[in-house]
Design a protein around this ligand. Structure first.
Ligand SMILES: NC(=O)c1ccc[n+]([C@@H]2O[C@H](COP(=O)([O-])OP(=O)(O)OC[C@H]3O[C@@H](n4cnc5c(N)ncnc54)[C@H](OP(=O)(O)O)[C@@H]3O)[C@@H](O)[C@H]2O)c1
Length: 244
């Protein structure tokens, strides 16, 4: 049976804008308490204020996912505030467009540190809280570029390839703990991370690609959060219209 979100608690990293904000608001609309982590205080506060205005439950924590100690502390606060953690959306991310030859090595490392090491930090800090509830869901926000890179995307594509590998390994490690671990690939979404306009995106990804709003990613995030115990794990769910 599909699970309800009422009474559940979700942590969403990068919930200050874009996809993370839309997912946090959608979860709160289904009765889930949401814990919004990101670095920009005004943005996570605005997400919480929006949820409050809809009579939902939300809290924010200024958290840089590259800092493991900070991530651990934020999970503890989230759990103390709402009584536990059931769902984790590992969403915080940055991008970089540069060829290997022309790009800057420090910027390349920073993308890996945020998208892959940050994802590892988030999942690692989540595990004891999910186990304490007897199970849960980890949803990694991946990318089609992690399955098939394009020129100029090495840092981003390598970080997301790592996220897809982490998804499959963690799913196996946690399968007996009733914790499902899956990847959600949004496809192109109009957010701050995307420096290209729709025409440029279609030129890169094909004229038939679905270029969407953050809100259009939320139904897939709801689907993954509400799958039953013993439901899918170690899978990639994509909203793209091409073979990733
Ligand atoms: N938009 C797309 O087309 C697309 C496609 C495929 C996958 N994705 C993935 O979707 C996820 C969300 O991206 P988006 O498109 O919604 O971009 P966005 O609007 O720029 O949102 C990114 C979020 O991540 C947070 N973040 C960045 N670095 C962080 C850090 N070190 N610690 C904590 N939070 C951090 C940002 O907040 P602060 O800067 O305030 O920390 C922001 O809230 C990313 O993982 C991205 O790779 C996006």
């Amino acid at each position: 049976m599909v699970e309800q979100l009422t009474g559940k608690v979700a942590v969403v990293t990068g919930a200050g804008r874009g996809i993370g904000r839309a997912v946090a608001i959608a979860y709160a609309g289904e009765g889930c308490a949401v814990c919004c982590f990101a670095r920009t205080e005004s943005e996570v506060a605005a997400t919480v204020s929006y949820v409050d205005g809809q009579d939902g439950k939300a809290m924010s924590r200024i958290t840089d996912v590259t800092d493991y100690g900070a991530v651990e502390k934020s999970f503890e606060t989230a759990s103390d505030t709402f009584g536990g953690v059931d769902i984790v959306v590992v969403n915080a991310g940055v991008s970089l467009n540069a060829t290997v030859e022309a790009g800057d090595a420090a910027e390349w490392q920073q993308v890996l540190h945020t998208n892959l090491v940050g994802a590892y930090h988030t999942a690692k800090a989540a595990i004891p809280h999910l186990k304490a509830r007897g199970g849960g869901k980890i949803i990694f926000i991946g990318s089609g570029l992690g399955h098939r890179g394009l020129p100029g995307t090495s840092a981003y594509a390598c970080s997301k390839a790592g996220v897809w590998s982490l998804t499959r390994i963690l799913a196996q490690e946690l399968i007996t703990e009733n914790i499902a671990v899956n990847e959600l690939i949004p496809g192109p979404v109009r957010t701050a991370i995307n420096k290209q306009d729709d025409e440029e995106l279609r030129a890169q990804l094909g004229r038939t690609e679905w270029i969407k709003s953050p809100e259009e990613v939320a139904p897939m995030a709801l689907f993954l959060a509400t799958q039953p115990d013993g439901g899918p794990t170690a899978q990639s769910f994509s909203l793209m219209r091409r073979d990733t």
